[in-house]
Design a protein around this ligand. Structure first.
Ligand code: SAH
Length: 377
């Protein structure tokens, strides 16, 4: 067996949250408190060299070297926008590329993290959907995005103060791995992010919102985008499975036990589709019982998209109606669009198992062979 073969069986410690690390040490017949020590070295200090973990005995360090590794995805490319937004393309096992975006603001730095390679849902305004679906990301690949971003940002005196699970994929369809990764984001010896600064965004997978309410305390964002089932069925097809009545009740229950918590309702503004004052009126009505704030997202176009961004005046009229109805409403600033890093523009390079990409390219090219970036992707 050569060195490469030996490394194949090593366990990647980025896969494990605190309880997984405890089990790992117990299985080695070592003390479970080493879990916290190792978690701190990896996630708080960004150390991957076992020899540098000086509060572990030499014998234990040697055992770890033999049995374990700390292996995040590999950064294939870094792109920096003129507004300071950074996008990393990360190569994951199997060769696909996923995307992670860092958005610096005056008082915070938000990291937008991917949860799946591609996406199985077919939201009609989202470019990730055109890529089709390949697989769930592992815990190591999810937390690895945070780990690598911190390593890259530290020398620039930048830090991750917020994480939003709003990159590629539907986080609640990769529940177990996402929840482990989020527990490392929240852990005092990990990234130590307060619960309000870790946000999971979902298209509305009701049973897993219910599960999340019991098993986690992170903030919830819902990709709402329409105030009635007819329109939402078109924009967010998973709505046919979990319609608005049941979805909004689940959101209400999610925040009910948490003092002052609110669900963020995301609403992408699509010209002439969902941006009329009449629809704002419907929205104000259906959200009455849900403690929430509303985040309007001007649509970010991508090649082949069927929609256009709403006119600014329409976005303002929509916002004003909701504000007058008593809601807290923000309009999301578009960041990083020059590097295709804005919301809904993440495509990566996915080895598509669903062949949706093929169909999309055919549609975009009007049935003719299509060349260029998106054909190669
Ligand atoms: N699957 C999850 C997380 C990924 S999408 C979800 O649906 O919430 C993250 C956010 O970006 C969602 O609110 C999504 O609706 C929005 N989004 C997707 N495509 C967009 C686009 N082209 N322009 C603006 N926002 C978009």
């Amino acid at each position: 067996m050569d060195a490469t073969d030996a490394s194949i069986d090593k366990i990647n410690l980025l896969e494990l949250d605190e309880s997984g690390l405890k089990d790992f040490f117990v299985n080695l017949e070592e003390k479970p408190f080493h879990a916290r020590q190792v978690l701190k070295w990896i996630h708080k200090f960004g150390i991957v060299d076992f020899d540098a973990m000086t509060d572990l005995s030499k014998t234990l360090r040697n055992r770890l070297k033999e049995m374990a590794k700390i292996e995040p995805p590999e950064i294939a490319e870094e792109v920096v926008s003129k507004d300071g937004t950074r996008k990393w393309l990360m190569r994951v096992a199997g060769g696909s590329l996923i995307e992670t975006v860092f958005i610096p603001e005056e008082s915070r730095g938000t990291l937008c993290v991917s949860s799946q390679v591609g996406c199985a849902l077919n939201c009609t305004f989202c470019s990730t959907a055109t890529q089709g679906f390949n697989r769930n990301l592992t815990t190591a690949e999810i937390i690895g995005q945070v780990f690598l971003a911190c390593q890259k940002l530290k020398p620039l005196s930048l830090s991750v103060t917020n994480v939003v699970m709003m990159g590629m994929g539907e986080p609640l369809l990769n529940y177990d791995n996402v929840i482990k990764a989020m527990s490392l984001m929240r852990h005092d010896d990990g990234y130590a992010l307060p619960r309000r600064r870790v946000t999971l965004s979902t298209s509305g997978v009701v049973p897993n919102i219910e599960r999340l309410a019991k098993e986690s305390d992170v903030s919830l964002a819902l990709s709402l985008h329409a105030p009635n089932n007819e329109l939402r069925n078109q924009l967010v097809p998973i709505n046919k499975k979990y319609p608005l009545e049941i979805l909004l009740k689940t959101c209400q229950d999610y925040v009910a036990p948490k003092p002052r918590a609110r669900v963020t309702m995301e609403y992408v503004m699509l010209r002439g589709v969902n941006d009329s004052v009449e629809l704002a009126k419907q929205l104000a009505k259906i959200l009455k019982k849900v403690p929430c704030k509303i985040n309007l997202i001007p649509f970010n176009p991508f090649p082949g998209a069927d929609y256009e961004r709403s006119y600014s005046d329409d976005i303002l009229a929509f916002r004003n109606f909701l504000v007058n109805a008593g809601y807290v409403v923000t309009i999301r600033k578009t960041r990083g669009s020059d590097i295709a890093a804005a919301c809904g523009q993440l495509v990566g390079k996915v080895l598509d198992k669903t062949r949706r990409q093929e169909k999309f390219l055919l549609k975009v090219s009007g049935g003719k062979a299509c060349v260029g970036k998106y054909a190669e992707a």
